[in-house]
Design a protein around this ligand. Sequence first.
Ligand code: ATP
Ligand code: MG
Length: 595
Amino acid sequence: MERGAVIRKEARDLRVPPHWDDYAAECRTFRWDDERARLDGLPGGGLNIAHEAVDRHASGALRDRVALRFVSRSAPALELSYAELARQTNRFANVLRSLGVGQGDRLFVLAGRVPELYIAVLGALKNGTVVTPMFSAFGPEPIATRINIGAGAVLVTTDLLYRRKIKAMRAQMPTLRHVLLVAEDGGTTNEPDTQDLATLMRAASDQFSTVATGAQDPALLHFTSGTTGTPKGAIHVHGAVVAHQATGRYALDLHDEDRYWCTADPGWVTGTSYGIIAPLLLGVTSLIDREEFDAERWYTLLEQERITVWYTAPTAIRMLMKAGTALARTHRFPDLRFVASVGEPLNPEAVWWGLEALGLPIHDNWWQTETGGIMIANTPAFDIKPGSMGRPLPGIEACIVEHLEAEGEPARVRVVEQPDVEGELALRAGWPSMFRGYLNNEARYRKCFAGAHQELYLTGDLARRDADGYYWFVGRADDVIKSAGHLIGPFEVESALMEHPAVAEAGVIGKPDPVVGEVVKAFVSLKDGYTADESLRLDILGHARKRLGAAVAPKEIAFLPTLPRTRSGKIMRRLLKARELGLPEGDTSTLEGGA
Ligand code: ATP
Ligand code: MG
């Protein structure tokens, strides 16, 4: 297919009739109340995420369907049906109740992708307890900081992680009343000041009546990725489940016969909203791989587990690209029918690579910890323009705003009506999964809203909308480079660099310059088989100049073995910049490979 062209969507490519195929009609008729009506609700009018995700199916036609299938290198696959998941989560809810942990109390989970993590998250939600999953690779400091900010009452973790990361810090977490341990060897744990979770679970009843939570009651506390600074704790409510259900249908096209794989760890919002909640709501079977990224393993899983819908991230896609298309070609993916990506801008090159390596284009979508669910997406309902993050989903009103000069004025921003203007991406407030606050930081939360009635949520991302209503990511407001009167978005430069056959990944920063304000500097890592030398550097510089013109192309290119990334896989440009300028690195608690 011609590069630069749009990728035409044909319903037959999906092999099952998609949930929708008429964007304009669906946007016109969409009502959140209709989405809510697809759910059960609790007797008395309440709403609870775990009831909708688990119990609704456990007492219905899907009771024996596999809900979660766990695989790892060292142990046989373990499967939990919807009915079994309901019983296990009931037991966990009873464990919490027996410990005096109730509605509104906070529970943290620190574990790899083990069954107990999923059971604890869903069981706690049934009990009205507010949940925060953390990356198991976090070091002691980031763990303690989060538990303290969130005033965590309960921690579920494994015996090994407890000994390595918590034990010595325990006295510095005064709110923590209970630590429940999972034995990594499957036995019984025996640590002072903790309890063995398996023992508690055996003693608990598998019957539980879900606490009558309301749509506005807090359910989850998610920390942002910390890409631009110290992570913020975003509070989400049970009513978010309405958006998880809607977006699982519209953006991921989940049908209950799907075998779905979300590669995100639950320590990041994607791994919870779309690694736990949305697939269960739609009654699908989810694959959960307990291992870390490995190109050959991932292709094998896609093939052998016969995955039909795959939700992954640009960083993983770039690593697969780095390993070469030949490796992909040693596998076949006849079952795969829909692939989506989130977390960072998806370079057009990666969308085309999907067609070559997997036989399918990759559907980029955009959202944030704060939005709780997918907002802007490429979907089955319209053609893909590679490099665009798609269009706002039904029920979501997005716009581009420009900031007004007169600070302090209540409106602060003006909505830009005409297309192709770069500005801050904003969303009309009111979708069900919108965050309800930053924990302990009301002032920061308020700053996110503008408009005469504070009705616009400002995302902090810059974008433009084209005449067809597609949104194009420019960069984070913090990352935009100002050079000789031009505003340069790092994404455009990075995407051009990625087109060079040697480039595996690229991160671009503005480096202060006395003449032009800032010059563009690129950090590049290479694909396997290329050597970082002067002639390659000049070749990449030349390619960038040809593609972007001298004003926008990088003036400098430095080679790095890998780029610094958050654990959720985002390139940390602020760290590239701090290191370049010899400035303090700031909060690096979410840095991959850090502690
Ligand atoms: P912090 O707010 O702590 O700096 P973060 O913004 O990286 O961290 P997340 O909420 O995990 O934390 O990430 C959301 C951000 O990720 C978005 O605001 C956007 O900058 C980026 N992002 C997510 N998806 C896309 C996408 N499809 N295209 C471009 N950028 C994306
Ligand atoms: Mg953010």
